[in-house]
Design a protein around this ligand. Structure first.
Ligand code: ADP
Ligand code: ASP
Ligand code: MG
Length: 814
């Protein structure tokens, strides 16, 4: 014999009930007991309706009518017309009785726990009745049995305790007498010794099924639900979660106790005692393997079996100098809670005994505080104990596994994973069984915490990176294109799953928590909402995704100023915007500090030499103990282009104009021509080498005449270039006379930095530098004579985008 239990969603409509019949009819056992829940959502509706009535709100009648219609519709859809009338009138007459009860609540204006149990019992009673009639009419040898006649409990309404002796006796006796092949029973409901309806707690139909299975020592208890087994985490929150094929009773119990709703926690107990297997199956996919729960699970090398969470938790802490060394405080503390019928989900006590901290359900908090403060009123009046501290809207997350005790470092991994994602941990507990490690966190962090822990413990190698891209012009759009093309490779080879969750330019912004399609992001962005920096940040905060990265492709000062608030949320920052790193030293230092403190990398490789790995190389040199003695570099693609093309046959004005038109300079070419841009770059290299320099410390030997430097706009600037053409020609002639080329060189030596035009003789590393290439020579303690040279394309949207991409990958593989 087997017991099959079908949950609310499995009996939510006539369509699924037909599926339930198929599963029952195809069951290989010669006899089955079928335990059913109320039609999906009906228990909640009944409770809502009852509370509406007790608030003396007449709309409860309409709600009740809705519940009636739902049941009548199922009857009409399941049964042939001629079989309907008797069943319809039975359903109606039951609901008339219910209406009378609710009228009572309406007139008195209150509900008692006893009435509440009576009201909710209609959900299971009606569904089991309708399903049994349908089974019979459709040819099964089926019979309905009211569980209230079998399951006997105490009088604790809402969550009654079962009298197993009496209950087992009745179940065994009933099944001995009854010969029908299929017995259909309502789950969840029972009766007390004095004959009142009681219930076994929300989700309790699983428990009903288990009690029957254990009493009859059946071959198997099957829990049919809307997912294919017990998953490594709630599949509605963690998309990557997988069904666990085989798990032990203890693991299943621990997971369900810590919130895996798929199994009502007390369910395991009765069958565990008899060693009967439980299997969890999917009504909507009966062929899926599901989960098998038995005494021992195969070890499979897996330490963590699942991750679960309990929402709606409050932390209460009792603290005070009067607690130290005084025996009996904890005893009194827990006694108070137990007398008030408050269950404690988690306990931590510091070894100093200076404080006790407990986790309880949010709804129990105010009662608990009142009782505790009352119990310790004397100690409080003497200042020995402080008033109870309360923190609400928290959640407990727990890692569960039988084998966890045999492995070191799991909690370290758990907490560093959470820490990296800025999940603040309020309290920690590890069960003495070492079958679970739990942590209390903010409820807003639950989704992120579950997903990131799941990634660490179950997807070992795949890491998801969530990007928010600011600026979708030249560089930004190239980056998005490169990301699109590389996605598959990164997943397969680097085990990185890169998703873009938000994009914005100066006009619009667009978000998609599931990842924006990189095929048509332009259209999506065009249809997005109006861009707003504050809202952009708030939305990212709200999405609260793990491994988040802000990618700044703008040249905006405002954006650069916003980095600290991102870093404080543990959101990494990757930027090609030079403003932040070349601003005041204190600002640069603070950004680096925040990055360290919040474990969110702040990377800006593209600030110098676009995609060339200049900063990364420098960082490695410094980190490995090398010391920078001197840097000589050509760092401006624009100036290089200009001096490459300028000679006695052209004019300086025309060459600069050409460079501007071809995108080799900033829109305001003076930023390049004046040397400011190069100053910023050498400043960043100097700082990365360990020197505390400000921009004003850098000497700029500008070749531009004063008049050109002082211009206010591009027109004035170009006019000034034209006016001073003779001086520019002179520069070329002087260089030529010495058989040299002109290069705009940045230098750092003995902590002093300068930029300026230099004569470069033939044979020098800089001499043949062409186009918009950059070159850097690092003279260090390890490379004192022959410098370490990095050379290559140092400008252009494509290489800049690939430099940003490299920074993103650095974070992914960090
Ligand atoms: P039923 O109505 O069949 O009793 P429940 O809603 O009580 O179904 O339980 C099934 C639900 O449990 C799933 O839809 C899922 O959202 C939730 N759940 C939470 N944690 C887990 C988990 N670890 N594995 C599977 N389901 C889970
Ligand atoms: N119908 C009850 C509830 O919703 C019991 C159950 O479905 O297990 O809590
Ligand atoms: Mg359930």
């Amino acid at each position: 014999m087997k017991v099959l239990k079908f949950g609310g969603t499995s009996v939510a409509s006539s369509g699924v009930i037909k599926q339930v019949r198929e599963i029952s009819a195809n069951s290989k056992a010669e006899r089955i007991a079928v335990v059913v829940s109320a039609l999906g959502g009906v228990t909640d509706l009944l409770l809502d309706t009852m509370h509406t009535a007790s608030r003396q709100d007449a709309s409860f009648r309409k709600a009740l009518k809705g519940i009636e219609d739902r049941h009548l519709e199922v009857v009409r859809e399941l049964l042939p017309t001629k079989a309907q009338s008797g069943i319809l009138s039975k359903v109606k007459s039951e609901l008339n009785v219910l209406e009378t009860l609710l009228e009572g609540a309406y007139y008195i204006g209150e509900v008692t726990p006893r009435l509440s149990d009576k009201v909710v019992s209609y959900g299971e009673l009606l569904s089991a009745f309708i399903i049994s009639e349908y089974f019979k009419v459709s040819g099964l040898d089926a019979v309905f049995k009211d569980s209230r006649e079998l399951l006997i409990t105490d009088q604790t309404h809402g969550k009654a305790a079962v009298d197993f002796k009496e209950t087992d006796k009745r179940i065994i006796h009933y099944f001995e007498e009854e010969s029908a092949k299929v017995v259909i029973l309502p789950g969840f409901i029972a009766s007390s010794e004095d004959g009142n309806v009681t219930t076994l707690g929300r989700g309790g139909s699983d428990y009903t099924a288990s009690i029957i299975a254990a009493a009859l020592k059946v071959d198997e208890l099957q829990i049919w639900t809307d997912v294919s087994g017990m998953f490594t985490a709630n599949p509605k929150i963690v998309k990557q979660a997988k069904p666990i094929a085989h798990i032990s009773y203890e693991e299943a119990m621990e997971l369900s106790h810590f919130g895996a709703k798929v199994l009502y926690p007390p369910t395991v107990q009765p069958v565990l005692a008899k060693g009967l297997p439980i299997s969890i199956k999917n009504t909507f996919d009966p062929d899926a393997a599901g989960t098998l729960i038995t005494r021992k699970s195969p070890e499979e090398g897996r330490t963590v079996r699942g991750i679960s969470y309990i929402p709606g938790i409050s932390l209460l802490s009792l603290e005070g100098p009067g607690m130290i060394g005084i025996p009996g405080i904890s005893k009194r503390f827990f006694e108070v809670l137990s007398l008030a019928n408050i269950s404690v989900v988690l306990i931590t006590q510091a070894s100093s005994e200076h404080s006790i901290c407990i986790g309880i359900a949010d709804e129990d908090a105010s009662k608990a505080i009142k009782e505790i403060d009352k119990a310790f009123a004397f100690e409080r009046s003497q200042g020995k104990i402080k008033p109870v501290a309360h923190e609400k809207d928290l959640a407990i997350i727990a890692l569960v596994g039988d084998q966890m005790k045999n492995h070191q470092g799991l909690s370290g991994r758990m907490f560093s994973t959470l820490g990296k994602n800025n999940v603040n941990i309020r309290a920690i507990a590890q069960g003495a069984s070492e079958r679970n490690i739990s942590a209390v966190i903010r409820k807003e962090d639950v989704k992120k915490a579950l997903n990131t822990l799941h990634e660490t413990f179950f997807e070992e190698n795949v890491k998801q990176l969530n990007l928010y891209v600011l600026g979708c012009g030249n560089v930004g759009s190239k980056l998005l294109e490169q990301l699109r093309k590389q996605r598959k490779y990164l997943k397969e080879h680097l085990r990185l799953n890169i998703r873009v969750l938000g994009i914005s330019n100066s006009r619009r912004m667009y978000f998609d928590e599931q990842g924006i399609s990189l095929q048509n992001w332009q259209d999506l962005l065009a249809g997005g909402e109006k861009a707003n920096a504050g809202e952009f940040f708030k939305t990212i905060q709200k999405i609260n995704a793990r491994n988040s990265i802000l990618v700044d492709n703008t040249a905006s000062e405002k954006v650069a100023e916003s980095y600290p608030r991102y870093l404080r949320e543990s959101i990494s920052v990757v930027t090609c915007n030079k403003i932040a790193c070349s601003s005041a030293y204190e600002n640069y230092r603070q950004l680096k500090e925040l990055a360290k403190q919040f474990r969110a990398p702040f990377l800006f490789e593209t600030n110098v030499g676009a995609g060339l790995p200049i900063i990364d190389t420098l960082k490695h040199l410094v980190a490995s103990g090398d010391e920078v003695l001197e840097i000589k570099a050509v760092l401006s693609g624009s100036l290089n282009f200009v001096f490459d093309h300028f000679d006695e046959h052209t004019t300086f004005h025309d060459v600069v104009k050409q460079a501007q038109e071809q995108g080799y300079t900033e829109p305001d070419p003076k930023i390049d021509l004046s040397g400011i841009d190069v100053m910023r770059k050498i400043l960043i290299l100097a700082r990365e080498s360990g020197f505390k320099l400000e921009l004003s410390d850098i000497e700029n030997r500008s070749f531009l005449p004063e008049e050109a430097l002082k211009t206010k706009d591009n027109n004035q600037f170009f006019a000034a270039l034209q006016k001073h053409e003779a001086e520019f020609q002179q520069l070329v002639r002087d260089a030529k006379a010495k058989k040299c080329k002109l290069k705009f060189v940045a230098s750092l030596k003995e902590g002093k930095a300068s930029v300026g035009l230099e004569h470069i003789p033939q044979g020098h590393d800089f001499y043949s530098l062409a186009g918009s290439d950059n070159i850097v020579l690092f003279y260090t303690k390890r490379y004192p004579k022959q410098p370490l040279i990095i050379k290559g394309a140092g400008a252009g949207a494509d290489v800049t985008a690939s430099g940003i991409f490299a920074d993103i990958i650095r974070i992914g593989t960090y």
